[in-house]
Ligand binder design. Structure first.
Ligand SMILES: [Zn+2]
Ligand SMILES: [Zn+2]
Length: 264
């Protein structure tokens, strides 16, 4: 087999990831505007500049994410690489939800620890400051990462499919969940019912009310989907009060001093 199918597959995957980003972020940005909510900086010039920058970094990330995904997808389809399977009963029905949970937990764990590393001053200044330039973020910030940060996230699922069996439909669910939370956690308002966010769902899952505080305070709320690592490592600062209709305490209103932002 020549390299041509890999080249075509990779270019196609980059296009798919980019279109998915533009579609999902654009859709939720539209929904945000329809609700009369202004996400991002209050100043319109700053807001437009920030959104342009979020889209630029995100499209660059789409190219980086598409590269390993495209190679693995062609290898899976043409050469039988990977442990992605077709028959939903191959490992039993129970494996379908369990494999989804394993993939999401692995992603969450990788994200939490690399995210904490990227808040060390050296890494923050060179890499992660790009993501935190969104203050506050908008739906377009979902993939706004420095290329090094994009590389750290791009290889995880393409590697996992060689290790942990997953049905292609379950993998699709994992990617949908990743897209949904990546966008909605940045869009400046809470899409889930407030009773959920304040209840059992919100005590375990990360939603916009949780991640907004990370963009505001920097040194708390590092997780991606689940609050488990933040709770275990005592980095969980709870939820942005105004997202769940609670009065905002004065301490939460002021961002961390510049010297603390990049700390561990
Ligand atoms: Zn973020
Ligand atoms: Zn961060």
């Amino acid at each position: 087999m020549t390299a041509l199918p890999f080249l075509i597959g990779t270019l196609a995957m980059i296009a798919i990831v980019a279109v998915r980003y533009l579609g999902v972020s654009g859709g939720f940005a539209w929904l945000t505007a329809r609700r009369g909510i202004v996400a991002g900086p209050a100043n319109e010039v700053r807001r437009r500049r920030q959104i342009r920058s979020e889209i630029g970094w995100s499209l660059l990330s789409a190219a980086i994410y598409g590269l390993p995904a495209g190679i693995v997808a062609v290898g899976w389809h043409e050469l039988g690489w990977t442990r992605i399977y077709d028959d939903p009963l191959a490992y039993g029905w129970w494996w379908l939800p369990l494999s989804i949970a394993i993939y999401l937990f692995a992603h969450d764990t990788w994200f939490y620890w690399t995210h904490r590393l990227m808040h060390r001053p050296w890494w923050f200044a060179r890499v992660h400051a790009v993501h935190h330039a969104s203050r506050p973020p908008t739906a377009w910030a979902a993939m706004a990462f420095h290329p090094y940060e994009a590389i750290s996230g791009a290889w995880l699922f393409p590697a996992l499919v060689f290790l942990v069996p997953i049905h292609w439909g379950a993998l699709l669910v994992v990617l949908l969940v990743a897209s949904f939370f990546g966008v909605t956690n940045h869009m400046g308002w809470e899409i889930f019912p407030k009773s959920w966010v304040k209840g059992r769902f919100g005590s375990g899952m990360i939603t916009a009310a949780h991640h907004e505080l990370h963009h505001r305070r920097y040194l708390t709320n590092y997780g991606l989907y689940f609050r488990v690592w933040d709770r275990l490592c005592r980095t969980d600062a709870g939820l942005a009060p105004e997202f769940i209709d609670e009065p905002r305490p004065a301490a939460a209103a002021s961002p961390a001093p510049a010297g603390q932002r990049a700390g561990a």
